[in-house]
Design a protein around this ligand. Structure first.
Ligand SMILES: *Cc1c(COP(=O)(O)O)cnc(C)c1O
Length: 394
């Protein structure tokens, strides 16, 4: 059976009433017949049937052993880091999501966890920085916002050989395009705020454990730390996932069309999209996410300045200026001053997040309408750059 079919039928109907939609169990506790004798639930931090339906669904989607739903993507990432102890080390991708960087650097470094960053697009770089203290390798693929693609199978082999855990943030690809556990990863995390929820109407995160042992540890951490997702938002993520396969297909086809258009524009120095043949990791992307390359496209403006980037992101009409991605409406953002403002400028630039970099989340509007919107905004960028050049000559 294809994933789109399995996905829909992994969502249970309610055995008690036949309700085809998953009921929202808005309750804090569950009546027990005698102490410890219950119908599978005792207290809703430990387990809630609506959340459980979502957790089972994401485990199925990611070919994992068990799933865990959290109040945000960062709460999900936080739960994974809590598998570590003081003295342990994380090896992470260098253009890691800004919020994950802030959590690693400003919370976990203080608590005695060391983090080193490297360009994981070459698996040899990962092998070179491992030490006996390394416990966890942290990848995002494709990464945010420069769409770097790392070879998950190759890095999984290095992780296994060194007895290190591999966690992949699969937010950008979604399980429709890429299932890291099938490629050898131990753990997958998602910001379900993005494609899984898919409607820009909630904040949520999930962790999927590849083995029973990791599942038991993560279940303990989820209950002990308590950053769970509530039943209503669990219901909304399930409802979002019902259309995930369809949405991702459209995001991929419009993403590719937009990337190809942008590639031909003189105002743009570089287009970052794994589906373009000149993307440095295109061959790995083809093999690793055969279903498509997603809906996120980043561009480096030829005039690499905050001024031009600001002009561009305030000139589009359909693409709305906002943090986040993966919703029905197209969004764009300026990572240097928005999502990555927590990353120090030198490290940000070194990881390829230039001042003139703009990230687009290509939504579900008609692709031709989106292209026209980008064309008119680029024309305004060109006029602005020409005017600035004249002023500086005069
Ligand atoms: C948004 C995002 C996160 C953080 O998720 P929240 O739901 O905002 O907490 C983590 N990783 C990636 C790749 C993201 O895009």
């Amino acid at each position: 059976m294809q994933l789109s079919t399995r996905l829909l039928h992994a969502i249970p109907s309610d055995p008690q009433t036949g309700a085809i939609a998953v009921p929202i169990y808005q309750t804090s506790t569950f009546i027990q017949e005698a102490p410890g004798v219950n119908l599978g639930y005792d207290y809703a931090r430990s387990g809630n049937p609506t959340r459980q339906a979502l957790e089972n669904l994401v485990a199925t989607l990611e070919s994992g052993h068990a799933g865990f739903a959290f109040a945000s993507g960062l709460a999900a990432i936080d739960a994974v880091v809590k598998l570590l102890s003081a003295g342990d080390q994380i090896v992470a991708i260098d253009d890691i999501y800004g919020g994950a960087f802030r959590l690693f650097e400003h919370v976990y470094r203080r608590l005695g966890i060391d983090i080193v960053y490297c360009d994981t697009t070459d698996a040899a770089n990962v092998a070179a920085v491992l030490t006996p203290r390394t416990r966890l390798i942290w990848l995002e693929s494709p990464s945010n916002p420069t769409l770097k693609v790392s070879d998950i199978s190759a890095i999984a082999a290095i992780a296994k050989a060194n007895n290190v855990l591999l966690c992949v943030d699969n937010t950008f690809a979604s399980p429709i395009l890429q299932r890291p556990i099938e490629l050898g990863a131990d753990i997958v995390v998602h910001s379900a705020t993005k494609y899984l929820g898919g409607h820009s109407d909630l904040i949520a995160g999930v962790v999927v454990a590849g083995t029973a042992e990791l599942a038991a540890q993560l279940k303990f951490i989820q209950n002990a730390s308590g950053g769970i997702l509530g039943p209503f938002d669990s219901f909304l993520v399930i409802r979002g996932i019902e259309t995930l396969a369809l949405r991702v297909k459209q995001h991929c086809s419009s993403g590719l069309a937009v990337a190809k258009f942008l590639q031909a524009q003189p105002e743009i120095a570089q287009v970052f999209y794994p589906g373009l043949e000149d993307h440095p990791n295109h061959a790995v992307a083809r093999r690793q996410q055969p279903g498509g390359f997603g809906g996120i496209v980043s561009i480096a403006l030829a005039d690499d300045s905050v001024e031009s980037a600001t002009r561009f992101v305030t000139s589009t009409r359909l693409f709305k200026l906002a943090e986040s991605l993966g919703g029905p409406k197209s969004l764009l953002c300026h990572p240097a001053t928005m999502t990555h403002k927590s990353t120090p400028a030198a490290q940000r630039r070194a990881a390829g997040v230039a001042d003139g970099l703009v990230r687009l989340s290509v939504g579900l509007e008609d692709a031709e309408d989106l292209i026209q919107d980008l064309a008119q905004a680029l024309a305004l960028v060109r006029i602005g750059a020409e005017a600035r050049a004249e002023v500086s000559v005069a």
